[in-house]
Write a protein that binds this ligand. Sequence first.
Ligand code: FMN
Length: 350
Amino acid sequence: MLYTPIQFRNVEIRNRWVMSPMCMYSCENGIANDFHFVHYGSRSQGGTGLIMVEATGVEPRGRITNHCMGIWNDEQALALQKIVEFIHKNSESKVGIQLAHAGRKGSTWNNIQIPIEEGWETIAPSSIPYHPTERIPHALTVGEIRNLVQYFKDAARRAVNAGFDVIEIHGAHGYLVHQFLSPLSNIRTDEYGGSFENRARFLLEIVDAVNEELNENTALFVRISGTEYAENGWNVEDSVKLAKILKDHHVDLVDVSSGGNIHGAKIPVYEGYQVPFSSEVRNQAQVKTGTVGLITKVEQAEEILQKGDADLIFIAREILRNPYIAVQGSFEMKEECFFPHQYLRAKISS
Ligand SMILES: Cc1cc2nc3c(=O)[nH]c(=O)nc-3n(C[C@H](O)[C@H](O)[C@H](O)COP(=O)(O)O)c2cc1C
């Protein structure tokens, strides 16, 4: 199944390998540069079905660090367009971008909060910091929340114009959308807090606003944390419930990760440790899912798909080690995969 195409709207992804979004902390003013061109370009030469560009801030405060990528202006979008055009011209890969807002987890370097003069005042649904030693984030007003929805919409429009095939909204890992979803970080008493429906409102407003910018040529994914490993926190049942609603709001795939919102939460980590969350969401909510987390081998990925636990395999650290995992796996499995025509003499190993 790894080398079977899959379609979302008019977007056909040639195989099930996805380069998971990974911040590279290597931009100035949020602008992609030569490093990113080579970094993403090389994964396309490796046959990756879908390349997901890293968490990209929809406004300056949406970045995790001063060196994170951004798409809040046209100069940033133009730099990304160059990467998209290279990939489309020189491979069969599709390209996505993860639209993100760090919320209370912004203004950091190496996971440590930086002084406000070097960074910025962080924002959140409620004035609860991620870690007790951090500055108290500004609790957003309803007007400010509406502005944020607009930032996501504007970012989506720029991404579509830059040629991206997939937009992913980052709703996981304790960043702003996740902060709204979780009853542990969102204790608002207005229409954006309290009940499940109220906590999901911010995400659903973003989804609807972004969808207004998309047509059939751009698919929409949402990354969530399947659980936050905390008592009374966001859990798998919530994820299933949310996934059903996302499907009704024309989200094409739920990319199921976990954790990130609760400092010090104990995460049992083992090979494919997040696959059960994807499986639950896929089978209970009847939506397409992606799975991620310690998937490093071709047979392991194939087995996940065969068992019906996910539709796409997102790989992060392994594809940093091996940009050619997709094409290499196709040799092992004797399946067809894109291979650069310039490299054809290497297709047969003798
Ligand atoms: C360097 C690095 C940067 C990351 N940045 C992001 C990101 O921008 N967005 C995101 O959703 N996850 C991010 N992650 C998490 C990965 O996408 C992935 O979910 C996680 O690493 C588990 O997959 P793996 O075991 O294949 O590495 C990052 C991970 C790494 C190692």
